[in-house]
Write a protein that binds this ligand. Structure first.
Ligand code: GLV
Length: 387
C-alpha cells in the first residue's frame, strides 16, 4: 500500500490507473480553464495566523451541515460518471463516506443508480438533481430519491447547458468508452480498471437509461445534456421542485449576491457557492473570492456552503473561517477513488481531516465552531474591486 500524504499523491495514482478519457474528464475546466485554475490559486493567496501557547488538547472536527451530524463539514460533491473512474465507483465512494461520517451526494449523471447505491449502503445519502425536460422523468426521479431515503436534494442551478471542456471532445468521452484504437491502446496499460469493469454490469448512466426517453446516443453526456436538460429552469421551477421534493433542499451553483438572495427566498436549507469546479462559466471568479459577498447578502437567512477548489484541509479551514458552514470535495475524492477504490476515498477524507485538525490546532482552535475570520490573513485586494 503506497504511503499517501496528500491529495496530490492520490492524483498521481489516479492518473496512472485510470483511462485517460476519465482522468481528463475529472481534471478539466471549461474553455481556457481560467476559473478552474483560480479556484485553487485563490485559496493559496489566503494565509493562516499561527497562534501559540493555546491548549490544543481534546480537538474535534465534528459539526452539522443542514442540521445533520457530520464528522467534519466536508461532503462528497456530486460528480458525473464516477462509476467510470473505477467500477461501481459511486457505491464505493458512498460506502467510504458513510463509514467516515460525511454526506455522499449522488449525481443524476452517475453510473450506479439511486437504488443501487441505497442497496449497498446503510445510511441516507444526498441526491443531486439535474432538471430534465421530461416531466415524467423529473417526478419519477424525485420519487425514486424519496423512496431510497435520500436525506437532502441538491439542486444544481448552473448546468442547463454544458460548458465546453476541450479534452472531453478530443477524447470522445462516453460511458462506456467506445473502443477506438486510441482507447484500446490506453486501456492496455490500465488492465486492472478493465478487469473490474468487465466484472460489473454498471457501465451506463444508471439513473436515466431505461427511465428517460428519446436520446440519440445514450452513452454521451453531451447528447443527454443537449437533448434532455431543461434550459428553461427558472425560480418558479425551483419552487415547484422544492414542493415536489418536500424535504431538505440545497441549491448549488450560486455565485452572485442577487442570486443568493433569490435562492434564500425559496426557503431552501443551504446554498452552495460554486462555479461547478470551473467547468461551466469560464471567466467567473473563484468561489472563495465570491464567498464574502454572498455571506454579506444573505446573512443568517440560509446556511452557506462552498465548493470548487478545495484540495486540502487548509482550504476547508479557510472557507469555514470565512464563514461557510460546509464544504464539498469533488476532484479530491475522485482522485482517491481512481487511485485505490473505496480505500482511496477513505484516504482522501483522512488526509483532509488530518490537515484540518492540525491546521486548526496551530491556529489556536479546538473545534470548527470556534472558527472565525481572525484565523486568516486575507490580502486587502482579495475580493477585488470590480465594476
Ligand atoms: C457534470 O456532470 C459535469 O460534467 O460537470
Amino acid at each position: 500500500m503506497p504511503v499517501i500524504t496528500c491529495i496530490d499523491d492520490l492524483k498521481r495514482l489516479h492518473r496512472k490507473r485510470t483511462p485517460k478519457m476519465f482522468y481528463d474528464y475529472c481534471e478539466s475546466g471549461s474553455w481556457t480553464e481560467q476559473t478552474f485554475r483560480e479556484n485553487t490559486t485563490d485559496f493559496d493567496r489566503i494565509r493562516l495566523r499561527q497562534r501559540v501557547a493555546v491548549d490544543m488538547e481534546g480537538r474535534s472536527t465534528a459539526a452539522k451541515m443542514i442540521g445533520q451530524d457530520v464528522a467534519m463539514p466536508v461532503a462528497l460533491a456530486p460528480v458525473g460518471l464516477t462509476g467510470m473512474q473505477r467500477a461501481d465507483g459511486e457505491i464505493r465512494a458512498a460506502r467510504a463516506a458513510e463509514q467516515f461520517g460525511v454526506p455522499f451526494t449522488l449525481s443524476t449523471m452517475s453510473i450506479c443508480s439511486i437504488e443501487d447505491v441505497a442497496a449497498h449502503t446503510t445510511k441516507p445519502f444526498w441526491f443531486q438533481l439535474y432538471v430534465m425536460r421530461d416531466q415524467d422523468f423529473l417526478k419519477n426521479v424525485i420519487r425514486r430519491a424519496q423512496d431510497a431515503g435520500c436525506s437532502a436534494l441538491v439542486l444544481t442551478l448552473d448546468l442547463q447547458i454544458l460548458g465546453q471542456r476541450h479534452k472531453d471532445l478530443k477524447n470522445g468521452l462516453s460511458a462506456p468508452p467506445k473502443l477506438t484504437p486510441a482507447v484500446i491502446a490506453d486501456l492496455a496499460t490500465k488492465w486492472q480498471w478493465g478487469l473490474e469493469m468487465l466484472r460489473t454490469k454498471r457501465r451506463g448512466f444508471g439513473n436515466i437509461i431505461g427511465h428517460a426517453k428519446g436520446v440519440d446516443d445514450p452513452s454521451s453526456l453531451f447528447t443527454w445534456t443537449a437533448q434532455q436538460f431543461d434550459p428553461r429552469l427558472d425560480w418558479s421551477k425551483v419552487e415547484a421542485i422544492r414542493d415536489m421534493w418536500g424535504g431538505p433542499l440545497i441549491l448549488k451553483g450560486v455565485m452572485e449576491p442577487e442570486d443568493a438572495v433569490m435562492a434564500a427566498k425559496t426557503g431552501c436549507d443551504a446554498i452552495v457557492v460554486s462555479n461547478h469546479g470551473g467547468r461551466q462559466l469560464d471567466g467567473a471568479l473563484s468561489s472563495i473570492r465570491m464567498l464574502p459577498a454572498i455571506l454579506d447578502a444573505v446573512g443568517d437567512r440560509v446556511e452557506v456552503h462552498l465548493d470548487s477548489g478545495i484540495r486540502s484541509g487548509q482550504d476547508v479551514l479557510k472557507a469555514l473561517a470565512m464563514g461557510a458552514k460546509g464544504t464539498y470535495i469533488g476532484r479530491a475524492f475522485v482522485h482517491g477513488l481512481g487511485a485505490m477504490g473505496e480505500k482511496g476515498v477513505t484516504a482522501a477524507l483522512e488526509v483532509i481531516r488530518r490537515e484540518l485538525d492540525i491546521s486548526m490546532a496551530l491556529c489556536g482552535r479546538k473545534s470548527v465552531q470556534e472558527f472565525d475570520r481572525d484565523m486568516l490573513r486575507v490580502p486587502e485586494d482579495f475580493t477585488g474591486r470590480w465594476m
